[in-house]
Design a protein around this ligand. Structure first.
Ligand SMILES: NC(=O)c1ccc[n+]([C@@H]2O[C@H](COP(=O)([O-])OP(=O)(O)OC[C@H]3O[C@@H](n4cnc5c(N)ncnc54)[C@H](O)[C@@H]3O)[C@@H](O)[C@H]2O)c1
Ligand SMILES: [Zn+2]
Length: 355
């Protein structure tokens, strides 16, 4: 396995001068910016103070998950080639997880790999997608089917760039922050559940994002290529992906972070009865999720379908449905398995608590 390049992550609410410093240090031969149609409209103007970016060639792809595609990747390659990008060019990805995944993969593959910088513009993009080195596109109807590990040279995190995001997008990223906090530290959980993403000041939000990203980076550093420990980050996601798939089947998709929030409820219940996760802390977190995210309605008629989605989760390792659970806050346990009737019992309790 190749070594992952070290990523420098900067937290600053004045990104333009910082970007200029980072770009000057890298001293690229050719500078490119990748944005989607929304970030080109809402975010690039806020970076106009960057002298370097003013000279860059901007590549814009259509927004939306559907465009994290082979076609967009081809268009990015085409634009890079057309403007004579070379092995020493630099790509600055300004966007949410869709842009940083796509741009990171374009950077991983163009001329066998060029450097890139992420400027995340969604909360989820910042705390989850911008670090960790995973890049990729969707292919053949499958999410993240083709990709590479290729770490950005730098990540520039700025809370004020999130100002134009919908509240729903903020809450979606906040759920991943709650996950990081549950994997890490009771004080971090307490500061998130005594707060709300849309009422935080920029400096406060930036500090919370910094703590959250540190959790992810520490876990990834121990297991950069996902051999084991990194699966801790899957907490909430086995049940969460099943809820997400069911919501798509119902033709009323819930944002990824909402599905993870509901998935964390199920997985806290499993943690409580299998590993003794404390009931009082479970109740606190579940109440916060119900108050802020509402609920995902299910009946017992959905159980078989949900189990089926969980059985097909790509994080399973051939031994049935695989859960990352918590013994307590900050003490994750990977590779937990349950018979179907126990998962159904957890779904019963989910309905008691959430409906
Ligand atoms: N690489 C990883 O480790 C990793 C981790 C988690 C998620 N992901 C990927 O991230 C993607 C989801 O990321 P996302 O939730 O950021 O979605 P996204 O990038 O599609 O952004 C969501 C929407 O917000 C818009 N937007 C972005 N920034 C904006 C801003 N500042 N103001 C207004 N609108 C803005 C986008 O144009 C888009 O319409 C998925 O493709 C997922 O697979 C990757
Ligand atoms: Zn997630």
């Amino acid at each position: 396995m190749p070594q992952q390049q070290k990523t420098y992550v900067y937290f600053d609410n004045d990104p333009a001068p910082l970007l200029d410093r980072i770009i000057s240090d890298i001293n690229p031969n050719g500078l490119f910016v990748l944005a989607d149609t929304n970030t080109a409209q809402y975010v690039l103007p806020r970076l106009s103070g960057s002298k370097c970016l003013q000279t860059a060639c901007t590549i814009v792809v259509p927004c939306g998950e559907i465009n994290k595609s082979m076609e967009s990747l081809g268009n990015v390659w085409k634009a890079l080639a057309h403007h004579d990008a070379n092995r020493h060019s630099l790509l600055v990805c300004v966007g949410g997880g869709m842009v940083t995944d796509l741009g990171g993969f374009a950077a991983a593959t163009f001329k066998r790999g060029i450097q890139y910088i992420n400027v995340p513009t969604t909360l989820l993009g910042a705390v989850d997608a911008s670090v960790g080195g995973k890049t990729g596109i969707n292919y053949g109807g499958l999410k993240n089917e083709v990709g590479a590990f290729h770490s950005p040279a730098a990540v520039v995190v700025t809370a004020s760039l999130l100002a134009t995001l919908h509240a729903e997008e903020m809450l979606s990223g906040w759920a991943e922050m709650l996950k990081h906090a549950l994997l890490s530290d009771p004080a971090m959980v307490a500061s998130l559940i005594s707060s709300h993403p849309t009422s935080c000041s920029d400096p406060h939000l930036l500090r919370l994002m910094q703590d959250s990203m540190q959790v992810k980076q520490q876990i990834v550093a121990k297991d950069p290529f996902e051999g084991g420990e990194r699966r801790a980050l899957n907490f909430g996601h086995t049940a969460g992906h099943a809820f997400e798939s069911l919501s798509i089947k119902r033709k009323s998709p819930v944002p990824h972070g909402y599905a993870v929030a509901f998935g964390m409820v199920v997985e806290l219940i499993l943690s409580n009865f299998a590993l003794g996760f404390p009931s009082a802390e479970m109740n606190n977190v579940v109440r916060y999720i119900k108050d802020n995210y509402g609920t995902f309605e299910i009946t017992c008629h959905n159980y078989e379908q949900l189990l089926d989605y969980m059985r097909h989760d790509k994080k399973n390792n051939g031994e049935g449905i695989n859960f990352t659970l918590l013994r307590q806050i900050g003490d994750p346990v990977i590779d937990n398995h349950f018979p179907d009737n126990e998962i159904c019992a957890a779904l019963d309790i989910y309905r008691d608590m959430m409906l």
